[in-house]
Design a protein around this ligand. Structure first.
Ligand code: FES
Length: 171
């Protein structure tokens, strides 16, 4: 066990909250360069990783928005993929095929650094946004559809009294 692992284990044993100086960053960008994204040998457009990493370093942007070049993020069918993580949530972008699109992310990170807050992401990237995950639906039985009679509610096809006893739907 190395010193870092030992330190974390001690904190966990003492039930202390974990914290990292890296959490001072306002957000993080993940640029995918996995089995599809950036794989020019497979016909995908390049991801300008070297260029953007150099820009990020020169501008010291990691203090504001951390840049991570990652392996496959999952939605390969929308290569090239990027996502932006912040306390406000995660935004996914797909079909990034031009260097200027990465330039927009760079400009946004610089403007956010200068403003000291994460600004709105560039509108030009809006059409590249997608929802990564299915929205989970509550199970039918747990959805209160409507109140029918005093003291009873309908859960899907099951009528429940508020005391918890079930009855057949009154139709
Ligand atoms: S390689 Fe980028 S999402 Fe899979």
């Amino acid at each position: 066990m190395n010193a870092q692992t030992h330190r974390i284990r001690e904190k966990l044993d003492r039930r202390e909250a974990l914290a990292t100086p890296r959490s001072r960053a306002l957000g993080q960008i993940l640029l995918c360069e996995g089995c599809c994204c950036g794989r020019t040998d497979r016909g995908f457009k390049p991801v300008p990783c070297d260029w953007i990493e150099q820009q990020w370093k020169e501008e010291k942007l990691n203090r504001t928005v951390e840049l991570t070049i990652s392996g496959c993020l999952g939605p390969c069918d929308l290569a090239n993929v990027a996502c932006v993580i912040s306390p406000q949530g995660i935004q996914w972008f797909g079909g990034l095929q031009e260097q200027w699109q990465y330039g927009l992310l760079l400009d946004w990170a610089k403007a956010s650094r200068d403003a000291g807050v994460l600004l709105e992401l560039p509108a030009e990237l809006g059409r590249h946004r997608f929802e990564r995950f299915a929205v989970s639906e509550p199970r039918e039985q747990s959805v209160c559809v409507q109140s029918l009679t005093p003291g009873h509610r309908e859960y899907g096809n099951t009528l429940c009294s508020e005391s918890g006893k079930t009855k057949s739907p009154m139709r």
